[in-house]
Design a protein around this ligand. Structure first.
Ligand SMILES: *Cc1c(COP(=O)(O)O)cnc(C)c1O
Length: 366
C-alpha cells in the first residue's frame, strides 16, 4: 500500500467558486488566475472546472504552453509579461496576451517581428510598488506602445495592495482613474479581495475584467475578518492521510522533537502520516485544528518531516487507519478551512496550497 497521504482536488467546488467570482462582479469578464500551477492544484486538474472563465492568467510560459496543449483557444494573459526578448516569439506563436510593466519590454516589442499584433495590458504602479509604470511615466509608455505596429489593443491594469484590509483601495483607485482618464481601452483592477468586498458596489472597480485567484481555490482573501462560509466559497483541495500509530500517554509524558508538549493526564494520541516534507507547515504548533474521522481535534508538539501527532481525546474510538483531514473536506460533510490551519501556522492559505510537496499524490475528486 502506498503511504496513505493524498491531495484531493474538488472539481465541483472549483466550478462553484468561479461562479461566485462572476456573481461578485456582474458583467465583468473573469480571468481565472492559475499561476503557480493553479495555486498548487495542478493546471490540468482545474482546467475543466475553469473553462467557463473568459481567460486564464498566469506568469510562467511553460504553464501557458500546457494550457494551449489542453486545447484552450481563448485568452491567456502573462501577468509579469515577458522576461526576455525571445519570450515574444512564444507570445506570437501561442497568441498570448502580456503585461507591459517596464520600458525594456517596449523596446523588445519594437524590435519584434510578428505577423500578428499583440494584445497588451499596460500596467500602472498605483502604489503597491511592485510592477508597473509610475503615474508620471505611464502616459509616455502608452504613447510609445500605441505607435508600434507590433501592438494591437492596449488595455490597462493595476494591482491593489490593501483590498483585504482597512487601508482599502481608494488611493490606488484614484491614481488609476486619473492616469487612464482619457485613454481608450479595457481595464482590469480587482483581485479576489477587491472582487468580493468592493466590486459589487462600484463599476469602476469591476471594470472590464476581474482577476480572482485565491477565492476560486476556497480560501477567504480577508480571513479572519471573513471566512469561506461568509463568502459562500467551498474548499477545493483536501489534504488527507491516516493514523499510522496510536500511543497511550501518562501524565508527564512528552510528544515529538523538543518535547514541546507534555501530557497533564493519561491520554491517547494518534500519529499521522503527514509532515513538513509533504508541505504541512512546520510552524503549526500544538493546537492547530485537524479532523480525525471528521471530528475536530488538535495537533500536539512539533511537526516532523513525515509525521505529526494529534489528540484523540475527542475521538476515543479512532484506531490506526482512521481518516485524518489536514485541511479541506472531511467525512460526513465536515469542513476544515485551509485558512484556519494557515492562521495557526502564521501563514496564509495561499502558501499552504502552493506548498503541497511533489511526493503527495494528487487526485481529482467530485
Ligand atoms: C495573483 C494575482 C491575482 C490574484 O490574486 P488573488 O489574491 O489570489 O485573488 C490578480 N492579479 C495579479 C496581478 C496577480 O499577480
Amino acid at each position: 500500500m502506498p503511504r496513505p497521504i493524498q491531495a484531493l482536488i474538488h472539481t465541483a467546488a472549483l466550478t462553484h467558486n468561479l461562479a461566485r467570482a462572476r456573481a461578485a462582479a456582474p458583467d465583468a469578464r473573469v480571468w481565472a488566475v492559475v499561476k503557480a500551477n493553479a495555486y498548487g492544484h495542478g493546471i490540468e486538474n482545474v482546467f475543466q472546472a475553469f473553462r467557463g472563465a473568459d481567460g486564464f492568467a498566469l506568469l510562467d510560459l511553460e504553464e501557458a504552453k500546457r494550457l494551449r496543449a489542453l486545447d484552450w483557444r481563448g485568452p491567456i494573459l502573462l501577468l509579469e509579461g515577458c522576461f526576455e526578448p525571445r519570450d515574444l516569439e512564444l507570445c506570437s506563436r501561442l497568441d498570448l496576451w502580456h503585461v507591459v510593466h517596464r520600458e525594456a519590454q517596449i523596446d523588445w516589442l519594437a524590435a519584434h517581428k510578428t505577423q500578428l499584433p499583440h494584445r497588451v495590458f499596460l500596467k500602472l504602479n498605483s502604489g503597491m510598488n511592485r510592477l508597473g509604470f509610475t503615474p508620471q511615466a505611464f502616459r509616455s509608455a502608452w504613447v510609445r506602445l500605441n505607435a508600434l505596429p507590433q501592438v494591437d489593443e492596449i488595455s490597462f491594469m493595476t494591482h491593489f495592495a490593501d483590498a483585504d484590509g482597512p487601508r482599502g483601495i481608494e488611493h490606488q483607485l484614484k491614481c488609476f482613474l486619473e492616469a487612464t482618464a482619457d485613454l481608450q481601452g479595457e481595464r482590469s483592477l480587482s483581485n479576489s479581495a477587491a472582487a468580493l468586498r468592493l466590486a459589487g458596489d462600484d463599476p469602476q472597480v469591476r471594470a472590464d475584467w476581474v482577476r480572482p485567484g485565491i477565492m476560486t481555490y476556497g480560501s477567504a482573501p480577508d480571513y479572519p475578518e471573513h471566512d469561506i462560509a461568509h463568502w459562500d466559497l467551498q474548499p477545493t483541495m483536501t489534504l488527507r492521510s491516516q493514523l499510522i500509530a496510536v500511543q497511550h500517554l501518562q501524565g508527564g509524558d512528552t510528544v515529538g522533537y523538543g518535547s514541546t508538549f507534555t501530557a497533564e493526564q493519561p491520554m491517547r494520541i494518534g500519529i499521522v502520516a503527514c509532515g513538513y516534507a509533504d508541505g504541512y507547515p512546520r510552524h503549526a504548533g500544538t493546537g492547530t485544528p485537524v479532523l480525525v474521522e471528521g471530528v475536530r481535534t488538535r495537533t500536539l508538539g512539533r511537526v516532523s518531516m513525515d509525521m505529526l501527532a494529534v489528540d484523540l481525546t475527542p475521538v476515543p474510538a479512532a484506531q490506526c487507519g482512521a481518516e485524518v483531514t489536514l485541511w479541506g473536506k472531511g467525512p460526513r460533510g465536515t469542513v476544515l478551512a485551509i485558512d484556519e490551519v494557515a492562521r495557526a501556522a502564521g501563514t496564509l492559505g495561499y502558501e499552504l496550497m502552493c506548498a503541497v510537496a511533489p511526493r503527495v499524490p494528487v487526485l481529482a475528486a467530485a
